[in-house]
Design a protein around this ligand. Structure first.
Ligand SMILES: NC(=O)c1ccc[n+]([C@@H]2O[C@H](COP(=O)([O-])OP(=O)(O)OC[C@H]3O[C@@H](n4cnc5c(N)ncnc54)[C@H](OP(=O)(O)O)[C@@H]3O)[C@@H](O)[C@H]2O)c1
Length: 296
């Protein structure tokens, strides 16, 4: 299949591309100038349309003979002064792409959403993911929506960041009591789901929530990551209001690792029953220990 992939240069996209190629598909990727280097291994095997989502009028005529859209575009941090907002990158982008798919007569549309997407979430990330889902659901497209929990595996720098922080600071800071639940899912399970769903009609019109086989608290996850490197995590629990205050002061600096929105997401917890995903697509869930090994 010829697949129009947006967001292919990101962490998940660069894990998905080799899977799509292995399955014999031809990805046609919308890539912003400068981001080609993130996927240079695959450049010879894919087609590139150069541009961002806001340049859509200038590139849309290049899109020909596409069998399906795969939309992975997403942001974790807003920079409103530069027009980088959840509303624009999650909702308006999905709307533009869904409209474009309809205009081009492409029926199949795979949408990357996120576990926790809800109109009632305290996180703007989750509210706009939900709004995007709703728009897509109201179209005549053959859509499938994926809502993964935190995606872990090769290429994800979260594990290294946690370990580096443990090395560089005497105590590892944890927001609040750290007892909020997580259910990280392996990147290979999620990419497999995307690839299989392209040819599995049972997935049309479904929203798949995807969590891994292990469910634990944030505290336990930090311990497991430390143990994988033979370390012991010495944690310090910091009050939520204090962390929100600090994040509020620094979140528009790209190098600061945390935003208030991410704190809200963590506290709302991130776990689910994902049997339908694994059963419909005949995928074997990968345990967290394996995922950490791959991430290290
Ligand atoms: N990682 C997770 O744990 C996780 C969990 C659940 C859901 N998700 C969702 O999965 C998707 C991919 O996540 P990720 O972790 O791979 O994120 P990522 O590494 O930050 O990748 C984001 C992608 O979106 C593209 N993008 C951002 N702004 C754009 C714009 N204005 N025009 C065109 N492209 C733009 C980026 O392009 P550039 O390379 O040019 O910046 C990149 O390809 C997102 O929708 C995210 O919400 C992720």
């Amino acid at each position: 299949m010829r697949l129009f992939v947006t967001g292919a240069s990101g962490y998940f996209g660069s894990n998905l591309l080799p899977r799509l190629l292995e399955a014999g598909h031809k990805p046609v990727c919308l890539i912003r100038k400068g981001s080609e280097k993130k996927i240079k291994k695959y450049l010879k095997d894919i087609e590139i349309i150069s541009g961002g989502i806001s340049d859509l009028p200038s590139w849309k005529d290049q899109l020909k003979d596409i069998d399906a859209f795969i939309n992975l575009i997403g942001i974790i941090r807003e920079f409103p002064s530069r027009g980088i907002t959840f509303e624009r990158l999650h909702f308006k982008t999905t709307k533009s792409l869904a409209d474009l798919a309809s205009e081009k007569g492409v029926n199949r549309f795979l949408q990357m959403s996120a576990l926790g997407a809800s109109p009632d979430s305290r996180s703007g990330y989750h509210r706009t993911k939900y709004k995007a889902e709703q728009y897509l659901k109201d179209t005549d497209l053959d859509w499938t929506i994926f809502r993964p929990a935190f995606i872990i595996g090769k290429g994800n720098d979260f594990v290294e960041t946690v370990l580096n922080l443990m090395d560089s600071a005497p105590l590892f800071p944890v927001i609040g009591n750290g007892e909020y639940r997580m259910q990280p899912t392996d990147v290979d399970n999620v990419t497999e789901g995307f690839v299989k769903s392209l040819t599995e009609d049972v997935t049309i019109g479904k929203i798949y929530e995807i969590g891994g086989p292990d469910r634990f608290s944030y505290n336990r996850m930090v311990d497991l990551i430390a143990e994988a490197r033979g370390k012991k995590a010495r944690k310090i629990h910091l009050p939520v209001f204090m962390m929100k205050g600090i994040a509020g002061a620094f979140e528009y600096f790209k190098s600061f690792p945390l935003t208030r929105d991410q704190i809200n997401m963590l506290l709302e917890e991130n776990y689910t029953d994902s049997r339908e995903f694994f059963e419909d697509l005949n995928i074997t869930p990968i345990i967290f220990d394996e995922s950490i090994k791959k991430a290290l």
